[in-house]
Design a protein around this ligand. Structure first.
Ligand SMILES: [Zn+2]
Length: 390
């Protein structure tokens, strides 16, 4: 019998659903899968056999019997291949090598002093090569690469603008394709961070969440109904440029009073430099050390930054009514020092019905949210691309 295009598509979709079910609920039997997704047992068995042949699923010893023969249990083969995630930060590159469940196998951080695209690309290639050396045996090896960039990335993966790197229209994926295959994903760093926390971190159980990346600027990744909200041109989430003070400080975007001019790491350090003039500009680590030792001015400044963060977050709570807000990136290192002021302001400025079910948490993946989210992108493509699976 000839299989039609539609039937092939349905089979591919079913196989992807079976694999997804095994990943989410492992270990489980073929009968558990059939009951869980409503396909008949013969179809499930045939699809499972294909997944075993392609090394994505393995069998383990028998599970509990509900009467008859004990069923064989199935596991997702997380070591069938590896992915690499890269976070291009302004001070350095952070790269991770992960298995197909996002567990970090190796990690490397490389300082960046020159941001020209050629130099950064060269560093990315060298770092990937280092991480890929002497990999454990696996049927697929490196299945793809994801990169988080501090800037705007369009729907074709072009970096349209990354002001802190001085980049305009850089085709990062195009430059890396070839030697490194074509499963290459480029995304905004906050989007990647949101996906990282959703899949592996604080947001695992939340369908509606905002990941707030507070570093030099403020960006966000917004997850609605379990999926990233990308906007019309892939540029959603630039919450740092929300106006919160009509005649506030001038922002790098040209506007005045953007949220990030009042509540980012840069806002904090600019104000710290004004408090302690003359010395070398304090870095975040020095500043936090002073605050932890009880320096009154440092503590007061962190409280003010916390309040300013709360102002913007109250707006986001009212607009999006999220279940969870995850505070990530560099300023989350100071979380305990501004948390009270931030929460107080959210409480006093947001609408009570909107904030009732909203929780605020700090990134569980620490500074790896973006690198891990970036690594998850090629993994998702790999596991849903039936041509690779077969
Ligand atoms: Zn701005």
């Amino acid at each position: 019998m000839k299989i039609t295009g539609d039937q092939q598509l349905i089979k591919k979709m079913n196989k992807s659903i079976v694999l997804d079910t095994i990943r989410q609920r492992q270990p489980l039997s073929r009968a558990d899968i059939a009951a869980g997704i409503g396909l008949n047992k013969a179809t499930v068995s045939s699809l499972v056999s294909e997944l075993i042949n392609s090394n994505l699923v393995t069998e383990i010893g028998p599970g509990e019997s509900s009467g008859g023969r004990k069923p064989t249990l199935l596991l997702f083969n997380k070591s069938a291949g590896f992915a690499i995630g890269v976070d291009i930060r302004v001070s350095d590159l952070l790269a991770v090598l992960v298995d197909l469940e996002g567990n970090v196998i190796r990690e490397k951080s490389v300082p960046l002093s020159d941001f020209s695209p050629e130099i950064v690309l060269d560093q990315i290639r060298k770092t990937i090569s280092l991480l890929s050396r002497k990999l454990p045996e696996s049927p697929y090896g490196i299945i793809g690469i994801g990169i988080g960039v501090p800037g705007l990335v369009d729907e074709k993966s072009n970096v349209v603008s990354a002001p802190n790197l001085g980049w305009e229209h850089v085709d990062l994926a195009g430059a890396l394709a070839g030697d490194l295959g074509d499963n290459i994903h480029i995304d905004n760093e906050a989007n990647a961070g949101a996906i990282g926390e959703k899949l592996y971190g604080a947001g695992r159980d939340s369908l509606n969440l905002i990941y707030l990346s507070i570093g030099v600027g403020i960006g966000s990744g917004i997850i609605v109904g379990g999926a990233l909200y990308r906007g019309t041109s892939n540029f959603s989430g630039e919450v740092g440029h929300m106006t919160v003070a009509e005649n506030g400080p001038l922002c790098r975007c040209g506007n005045r009073g953007c949220w990030e001019t009042l509540a980012s790491e840069k806002a904090l350090l600019d104000r710290a430099a004004a408090i302690w003039p003359g010395d070398d500009a304090p870095d975040l680590e020095d500043f936090l050390k002073a605050a932890k030792q009880g320096d009154e001015e440092a503590v007061n400044l962190l409280n003010e930054i916390g309040s300013q963060l709360g102002v913007g977050l109250a707006n986001l709570v009212n607009i999006l009514n999220p279940e969870l807000i995850v505070i990530g990136n560099r300023l989350s290192l100071a979380g305990e020092l501004f948390e009270d002021a931030m929460l107080r302001t959210i409480k006093s400025r947001s609408l009570s019905y909107h904030r009732k079910k909203t929780h605020v948490d700090f990134a569980k993946l620490g500074i790896r949210s973006t690198a891990l989210g970036a690594a998850s992108m090629p993994i998702t493509t790999f596991l849903t691309d039936p041509d690779i699976n077969i």
